[in-house]
Design a protein around this ligand. Sequence first.
Ligand code: PLP
Length: 377
Amino acid sequence: MTDFATKLIHNQGGIDPATGAVGVPIYQVSTFDQNVGNGDEYDYSRSGNPTRAALEAIIAELEGGVAGFAFASGMAAVSAALLIFEQGDHLIAPKDVYGGTYRMLTRGVSKWGISHTFVDTTDLEAVKAAIKPNTKGIILESPSNPLLKVSDLPAICVWAKEKGLISIVDNTFMTPYLQAPLQFGADIVVHSATKFLAGHSDVIAGLAVTADKGLASQLKFLQNALGGVLGPQDSWLTIRGIKTLKVRMDQSQASALKIAQALAKCPKVKAVHYPGLPEHPGHELLKQQANGFGAVLSFELESVELAKELMAKVKIPALAVSLGGVESILSYPATMSHAAIPAAVRHEFGISDALVRLSVGLEDPQDLLEDMMAVLK
Ligand SMILES: *Cc1c(COP(=O)(O)O)cnc(C)c1O
């Protein structure tokens, strides 16, 4: 079974062997009777739960890894991956890394002596120049948030392997449907499954996958030791969301392209950042390493006032943080997703206060455009 669409439905979370149920049951339990002869596969739900295990097997299969791990949030997955490193280690991370990861690097693991350098990961030479004798890992996000910058993930992962670094790719924006980082040599893939994978803005969840058995056992240890596991109900919701990933993503990215094209023609829009536009600097590169351009775009308006007016007046998109839901979500990076980054640093990264980000959902794209154009006309 090789087609992705088929795999989304018929995977290790398919038919329940005990009852023939066509979905995974929700094993809403904390503990397991160890006398029933389950080979002690399960003893306590922090260490393992059959519903969570089904989700973990599914994401491992979709990403092409040997093991998957489900966490209580994307940040719990990212944090577990960061805690693989040790005191004295140095990490390389993108300048425009996700705000929560930025916070964890600058105010979390830094307290335990794990240092970092932020670089523009779209510049391979800058990445290479950032290596130090104690560099042990690199974190990557492509396309990045909120400017949708594209980094050459295959080239960086190959270089990281040569240098013995652990490469961690946050694949939240692309999902395994559009981009498979383990296939081009990444060591760990992390997800905020809260976004496109679960897809319905009804669950907070995180996933990590690796193709390396040693890293898998470290992640397993950290998942159980830290304890930030995904509950059975939320594991089930995530499994359910994943079944429709392809149709949702196909629809949303087709709409995102239409909207990006229309915004690019609007005189009050200074810049549109969407890698599906041929003029986007990462367009060709993303085409080579991914099967699509995703459903998130950002655009800079002619003034901060207009950005605020747009956010106040639009009726269809929710004005909210998050992305990847069935409903479109308009967000304001300056005070929402990137608020943890000081203003001066944010501006240096190119995240202007007139920038808004749109995650395109499943509404009719024409309705979404008319809604926004009523303000931008
Ligand atoms: C949302 C997000 C996260 C954090 O995930 P949570 O589920 O909110 O903890 C990490 N990385 C990216 C790219 C995200 O968009």
